[in-house]
Design a protein around this ligand. Sequence first.
Ligand code: AMP
Length: 174
Amino acid sequence: MRDAEELKRYIRDVPDFPSPGILFRDITPLLADGPAWQRAVEHVGAAVRSLGAEKVAGIEARGLIIGAAVAAHLGLGFVPIRKPGKLPRATRSVAYDLEYGRDALEIHSDASGTGERFVIVDDVLATGGTAAAAAQLVGELGAQVSGLVVLIELRFLAGRDRLGGLPVEAVLGY
Ligand code: AMP
């Protein structure tokens, strides 16, 4: 289990979820296997550390699971980036385009001190719209966005090209 590529055995492809034509990369078998999940957290954690993170931000929903585990593993603080209406105190919000329609992400307005170095974590980088919105949110707090770390990059969608040169590290690529 030293090699990250072996983690692909624990990622299940689900055709046509949540809508026709999407091949969903389901990480729940990975989460359910203790040694594989531990290895995944170590791999994501190594990338987060290499980017010089002082704090980890995770994107709802699966980025919360991975990001929180990685932050605890590294002894760093964790900040949730959530769908609208979930965070209880004053928030900042950024809207972004989806394939069909629009969505938004929110962060607590007081989630960062100025200049703090954040690394953003998510499960999958697809078109990059979600990550771009998250990076904009963290930047609007006055924090520094040092990079994005994902467990899985869907390379054919070229999401990293939408991130304005932000450093991107992916543990697995398809
Ligand atoms: P995007 O904004 O297109 O980069 O989409 C990234 C977000 O959508 C991430 O938060 C992922 O959890 C989710 N996502 C997009 N495509 C997939 C996929 N094929 N399998 C699993 N999750 C996906």
